[in-house]
Structure formats: C-alpha cells, structure tokens
Ligand binder design. Structure first.
Ligand code: ATP
Length: 303
C-alpha cells in the first residue's frame, strides 16, 4: 500500500513585477508586467505531491485575510488535505519579487504566519502513520523544524528535509533526516565545500541517510552509503527556474511514497522539474495531473 505525504511548512502569495530598472530610494517606477501566483515552498511541494498522485496533507499557517481564503481554496482545488491548515490573527505570507531588464532582482518577503506557526505534534502524529513521509523546508523556525524531525523519526515516519531558504544551520538535525535535498549553493554554505561530491559526502557523514544535491541544468547528485552518482537533468528551454526545486522535491517524495525505486523517482522528479522551468511562476509553472502521469510512465519505461 502507498504511504502518505505530509508537508509541514509555509504557504504564500508570490507577487512578481517586471521593471526596466530597480527603483532607487524615494523613486516610483512603472511595472512593465506583473503577475500574482500561489507560492511558499511548503504549499508548492504539497501541490506537486498531490498532482503526482500521493495522498497529501499540508500543515501550515495562513492569515485571517482574503489571501488566506484564496490560498486555502486553491489547495483544496488541487486535492491537498487542508484539515490542519490553521488561520492566525496576522496577514498571510507574501513575497514581492521585482526583476529588472537584466534579470537582477530584489525580494521583499513577509513571513509572519510561518514564523509564528507551531504545529501541534500530537495532531501531526494522529494525522500520519509509521512509514508516511513528513516533508519540511526552511521557512519555519529552527526549533520547530528540529522538533518535528525528532518526533517524526522516533515514531517511524520517514523524513525529507529541503532546508531552503537557509536561515538556520540544519546540520544538528541531519541525524533525523532520511533524505536531504539541497541546491549547490546551500550545500556549499552548509559544508564550506565547493565540490558537490565532497559536500554530499560530508552531509551524509553528518547523519542524512541519503543526500541529493540539485545542480540546475546538470541534474542531481545522489549520495548514500554506496557513494555518489549523477542523475542527469532532462533537457529544457529554461525561462524561469522559480519553483524548480519544489517541483523536484514534491515529485520525488510522492514517487517514493508510491513505492517507486529511487532511480525511477529521480527520473520522474527531474522531468517534472525540467517541465517547470519552461514556464513562468511558482505553482503556475507546475505540470497538471495528466502531464504528471505521462512523465511518470515515461520515467518508468526508461528503466
Ligand atoms: P529554485 O530555487 O530555482 O526552485 P533550486 O536552486 O532549489 O531551484 P536547482 O538545482 O537550480 O534548484 O534546480 C532544481 C532542479 O530543477 C534541478 O535538479 C533540475 O532537475 C531542474 N532544473 C533546473 N534548471 C534546469 C534547466 N536549465 N534545465 C533542466 N532542468 C533544470
């Protein structure tokens, strides 16, 4: 039988504006283009896992506002179980990304809901079984993240940690992590090692059972007790890589929950991530359920 996926993280609105030049202090500039999308690494990964066919729930905090209502409706529409999405008396989280003509950007982010969120551990255990996957990112506080990992591991849940955006040192938590997913920059920041193979080995030695370092257009380095090997990326015409890491993580964990082998899970996750870089936006760039199924079948056939 399939295991279930439980994401413990954040949900947000992503507002992106394109300008010719970034505004200076006191200056007003016109947006050339703007778009609003659903984002937040937790919600992104939950939506991808649900579209990949896993029974998926999200533990997260939204504000008591219209953005919170919109985010909740979208998650439900995507088939994510939102029974444990709570509403706090603050605004929902928001990221404003301003990109200039050269691709340079500034980001202003409000993360009050995620910063104040403390999931109830009894509820988390009631909502999951041994063998289910508990997935976390780096948006909740370090103590909350550590506590969830520790509880999950003691109660035989499987854990995936994707600690971006790196706001705290997750190395002390790695003994409770089954799969660590980091990008190249995060791997170097955590280990002070620029060579991804060396960084992966160090993170494995620090306690993570399996380490996956995503390498953008090169693919992903997979390291476990047998050493490190490269799974090549699927070729894509990249126009916007926002959310690619989330597309990768959400698909990977959904694949493992559905008992696919790691090589097939990796191929599927790489193909979904490649598909997401060909479209703009966060959740707007993720493939729909039918496309996910096609990509899964193609990944399994390639065996
Ligand atoms: P982001 O923060 O932009 O979501 P990231 O920095 O966490 O992504 P990356 O390593 O840049 O992570 O990308 C994640 C995965 O997305 C890669 O492992 C790869 O599978 C896919 N990907 C990213 N860029 C490309 C590309 N140009 N072509 C094909 N696949 C890509």
């Amino acid at each position: 039988t399939a295991a279930r996926v439980c994401v413990v993280g954040n949900a947000a609105i992503d507002l992106s504006v394109q300008v010719n030049a970034l505004p200076l202090p006191g200056e007003t500039v016109l947006a050339v283009e703007s778009r609003s999308d659903f984002g937040g690494k937790g919600a992104n990964q939950a939506v991808v896992a649900a579209r990949a066919g896993a029974e998926t729930q999200l533990f997260a905090a939204l504000g008591c506002d219209a953005d919170g209502d919109r985010i909740l409706a979208r998650l439900i529409d995507d088939g994510v179980n939102t029974q444990n999405v709570v509403r706090l008396s603050c605004a929902s989280d928001l990221s404003i990304v301003t990109v200039d003509a050269r691709g340079e950007n500034t980001i202003v982010t409000r993360n009050t809901a995620a910063a104040d969120y403390r999931p109830d551990l009894h509820t988390l255990l009631d909502a999951t079984h041994a063998g289910d996957w508990i997935v976390q990112q780096g948006n909740l506080s370090a103590p909350v993240t550590a506590e969830v990992l520790d509880t999950a591991r003691r109660k035989q849940r499987r854990t995936l940690l994707n600690p971006g955006p790196v706001r705290f040192d997750c190395r002390p938590m790695l003994a409770h992590v089954d799969i660590l997913v980091v990008n190249q920059v995060e791997a170097a920041a955590l280990t002070a090692l620029d060579n991804p193979a060396h960084a992966a080995a160090a993170l494995h030695d620090a306690g993570a059972r399996e380490v996956l370092i995503t390498l953008g257009a090169q693919g992903v380095l997979w390291c476990d007790e047998h050493g490190a090997r490269l799974a090549a990326a699927v070729r894509a015409q990249a126009i916007d890589t926002v959310g690619a890491g989330d597309a990768f993580c959400g698909t990977l964990v959904a694949a493992l929950a559905q008992n696919l082998t790691m090589p097939i899970a990796l191929r599927w996750a790489l193909s979904v991530a490649a598909s997401s870089v060909t479209r703009r936006g966060s959740q707007a760039s993720f493939p729909d359920r039918a496309t996910m199924r096609d990509l899964r079948n193609a990944s399994a056939d390639a065996e």
